[in-house]
Design a protein around this ligand. Structure first.
Ligand SMILES: C[S@@+](CC[C@H](N)C(=O)[O-])C[C@H]1O[C@@H](n2cnc3c(N)ncnc32)[C@H](O)[C@@H]1O
Length: 380
């Protein structure tokens, strides 16, 4: 919390330096809070406005201090939720204004944040309350120490991605009820996140046993938004995506998430159509190109395509698989929106193996991979 500016011996009603609002949601009586905000808007001097803000903050601190019943959601008025920190930040900003006009501007903005929802065409982020979404990433460097292992998420499938990747992407690039396609669905991480966030999801997986496992994991996850998820066992290069969508009366999807094998770094199966069995980098890129063409054909125009991929080191040479694949996609006419660099989690390898790798890097003049890419494209 910012320090408050004190003017004209203005009293402080409680020691705010000792009160640290948290991100926990407050359940608030909408009509009562609007009433209080309206009163703030009618204040005529900065001093009286600040005093009213401080007494409102005092009320909001806890049910015990809440004489106006703002936290009483059982009495008249709809209940709304806002994080405690967000509300206090808004109120602090009003109190810290240097002019009454500026303060009133913030009061109006706070009222709007409660009464109006402003979203874009591609997600449900309420732009009138954008400061509340402090867990949505907007920077291009992601250092994530721990994978989300809640519910059915498991690190058990060698080569799956951390659930935070689809979670962030779904919240940035889809609305509730949208359709998502993942042509390399593996054990279903994307679809589990779809189910949690209320998005419908189609996944394709080449290996029957893995597709079965994905269905099993997804079925263990609660489906509180009653969305549809389907895992199809097939080859994403040749599957007819329009036919798959037709079953659900859909012609297109609103987000494409692809997490292909990083060429042959991990061999997923013996199937020659598996991208991890491509005989060369050129062939891998060709297979990727075919799948991007096939899956990209059902992506709605103006919507997003997320590719998660890493590079490879072979025979003394760094192979920039990520950028080579990116170029193929750009050649298909997609627009590049972002390149995110994400750290690899620390593997639980033995200490002497790590030391050996470090020694080899020092001798061989290269750096050890610690990152992968998340490319974000938009369909023109
Ligand atoms: C990197 S993994 C994806 C993991 C997934 N993101 C997860 O979290 O479980 C790549 C997957 O693509 C599958 N695959 C490889 N070639 C494929 C193809 N032509 N069509 C469909 N799936 C394929 C592999 O079997 C593997 O499960």
């Amino acid at each position: 919390m910012k320090t408050q500016t004190k003017v004209n011996n203005e009293p402080t009603l409680f020691n705010r330096s000792r009160f640290k609002p948290t991100g926990r949601p407050l359940f608030i009586n909408k009509s009562k809070i609007l009433n209080e905000i309206e009163k703030l808007g009618k204040e005529e001097s900065l001093v009286s406005l600040r005093n009213s803000v401080f007494s409102l903050e005092d009320e909001l601190r806890s049910v015990k201090t809440d004489k106006a019943g703002i936290l009483n959601i059982d009495s008249n008025g709809d209940a709304i939720t806002m994080s405690q920190k967000y509300i206090f930040d808004q109120l602090d900003q009003i109190a810290e204004s240097q002019t009454i006009d500026r303060a009133k501007y913030y009061v109006e903005r706070f009222e709007k944040a409660i009464t109006q929802v402003k979203t874009s065409k591609i997600n449900d982020i309420n732009l009138n309350r954008w400061k509340e979404y402090d867990d949505i990433r907007t920077d291009s460097l992601w250092v994530i120490d721990k994978r989300d292992s809640t519910g059915v998420h498991t690190a058990g499938y060698w080569g799956n991605f951390i659930p935070q990747i689809p979670n962030q992407m779904l919240r940035r690039y889809t609305k509730k009820g949208d359709w998502v396609l993942d042509p390399f669905v593996g054990c279903g991480t994307t679809l589990i996140e779809c189910q949690r966030l209320g998005r419908n999801g189609i996944g394709v997986e080449l290996q029957e046993s893995i597709a079965k496992k994905a269905r099993e994991y997804i079925s263990f996850e609660r489906n509180e938004h009653s969305v549809i998820t389907e895992v199809v066992n097939g080859d994403s290069a040749t599957i007819n995506f329009s036919e798959v969508l037709k079953k659900h009366n859909k012609k297109s999807v609103q987000l494409l998430v692809m997490h292909p094998p990083y060429f042959d770094i991990i061999k997923f199966s013996k199937n020659p159509n598996d991208l991890s069995n491509a005989p060369s980098v050129e062939k891998f890129l060709e297979m990727m190109n075919t799948i991007v063409g096939n899956a990209g054909s059902v992506l709605e125009k103006g919507r997003y395509f997320v590719l998660v991929i890493g590079d490879k080191y072979s025979k003394g040479e760094w192979i920039p698989l990520g950028f080579l694949t990116m170029n193929k996609i750009l050649q298909r006419g997609f627009l590049l929106k972002s390149i995110i660099v994400k750290n690899f989690e620390e593997t639980t390898g033995k200490r002497n193996q790590k030391e050996l790798r470090r020694y080899r890097a020092l001798v061989g003049g290269f750096y050890i991979f610690k990152h992968e890419y998340i490319f974000v494209f938009k369909k023109r």
